[in-house]
Design a protein around this ligand. Sequence first.
Ligand SMILES: [Zn+2]
Length: 217
Amino acid sequence: MTDAHSPDSPRVSHVTFEVETTVPTSHGTFRMRAYTDVQTGADHIAIVASEPDGAAPSDGALVRVHSECLTGEAFGSLKCECGPQLDAALDTIRDHGGVVVYLRGHEGRGIGLINKLRAYRLQEDGLDTLDANLALGLPADSRQYGAAADMLRDLGVTSVRLLSNNPEKRRQLVQHGIEVLESVPLVVGVGAFNEGYLDTKRDRMGHELPGQLHGDA
Ligand SMILES: [Zn+2]
C-alpha cells in the first residue's frame, strides 16, 4: 500500500489493506477491497467500479464516502436517507466508474447503534437529531475520515469529485490530503419521515441541501 513516509512529516496510514475480491450485486459487479482501521479496529470496504473505458479509478474519480447505517440500509428505515444514498452512489459508480468508501463504526454519526436508537426515542418527544445527541451527552457528529483518505490514497486516487452534501466530510478529506475538485450533490430518499431530520442537517449542521425539501421524494 502507498504510505508516504517523508523525513519532514512521517505519517502512518489509518488503515491496513486485507483483501480484494469481486462481488456481483443487484447494482452491478464491483471489486471490493477490505481494510482494517488501525485506530478503531473497524472493517472498512472500498467498493470499486472501473471507468466506462475499463480503466481503474484514478485522480478525479467520482467518490462517495459513506457512513454505515444499519437501520437505513438493512431495514429500510425512513428516518434518514442513507439507504437511498448508498443505492444511488452504487448506481452512479457502476455507470461512470468510481469508488464508494464504506466506513463502519459510523452508525448514528459515530455514536453507535444503541445510542442512535436512544436518540430516536428522544426524538419521539420532539427533540431534533442534533439536540437528541447532545441530550445524551454525546457529540453531534464524531465521525473521522482519515481512514477514507488513506483508502483512496491506497487506490491511487488523490483527487475526487465527491458525492456528498456534507461540508465537514469534504473539509476532513482535504485536511487528510485528498483534493476535492467538486462536490456532486446527492439528494435522494427525501420523504415525510425524514424531512425534519434533513431540515436540521441543512439549517443546524451546514449540509448543502435545497431549501424546500418537502415533496421531493
Ligand atoms: Zn442513516
